[in-house]
Design a binder for this molecule. Structure first.
Ligand code: GAR
Length: 193
């Protein structure tokens, strides 16, 4: 069976990254080989250490550099997983990278996506609009923020008196439940190709 190598890109707490690492820890065909962050203070670096995964801190300009893209290709990364990664993926990386790139967004795209729409800003906007539901969108990444082909959406209800933190928590629970199994399905597609 073809080995599928993953790189997780994350900018913050990395709780999704942690779930993914746990999920694949005993998998013999799918391996997380790199954690990439643009934030030297990101807790995801601590998680990388705990799981003994090599981590790399990069700047925005590195993302589109030939050396960085070559490094990903040389390590035979098949899938880049954006798990709370806040920089836009430049077209150089999309075009030069050998594999696929997927993202998780904490709302039901195409609503509440685009530049500046990340983390609590998304949940705040959902609350301000008095939405009765929100959810998650897992999608392929293209040059435009949050516009690639949708792979999976899951919904959750919002009560009138839910705070932004409660909405964030509900969305995180969906992410923990669905992100890793969805990644696994995509890896199986890659294995069968
Ligand atoms: C997640 O909720 C993810 O959907 C969101 O950032 C959070 C990261 O949490 N991503 C975006 O908003 C991207 N636009 P985590 O660091 O604890 O996994």
């Amino acid at each position: 069976m073809k080995m599928v190598n993953l790189a997780i890109f994350a900018s913050g707490a990395g709780s999704n990254a942690k779930k993914i690492l746990e999920y694949f820890s005993n998998n013999t065909g799918i391996e997380v080989v790199k954690i990439i962050t643009n934030n030297p203070d990101a807790y995801v670096l601590e998680i990388a250490k705990q799981f003994n995964i090599e981590s790399i801190i990069i700047s925005k300009s590195v993302l589109k550099s030939e050396d960085f893209i070559k490094m990903l290709n040389d390590h035979k990364i098949d899938l880049i997983v954006l798990a709370g990664f806040l920089l836009k993926i430049p077209k150089e990386l999309i075009e030069g990278f050998r594999g696929d790139i997927i993202n998780i967004h904490p709302a039901l795209l195409p609503k509440y996506g685009g530049k500046g729409m990340y983390g609590m800003h998304v949940h705040q906007a959902v609350k301000d609009a008095n939405e009765i539901e929100t959810g998650i969108t897992i999608h392929y990444v293209n040059e435009n923020y949050d516009e690639g082909k949708v792979i999976l959406q899951e919904h959750v209800n919002i009560q009138n008196n839910d705070t932004i933190e409660m909405i964030a928590n509900k969305v995180h629970q969906l992410e923990y439940q669905y992100f890793a199994p969805t990644i696994e399905k995509i890896c199986k597609l890659i294995q069968n190709n």
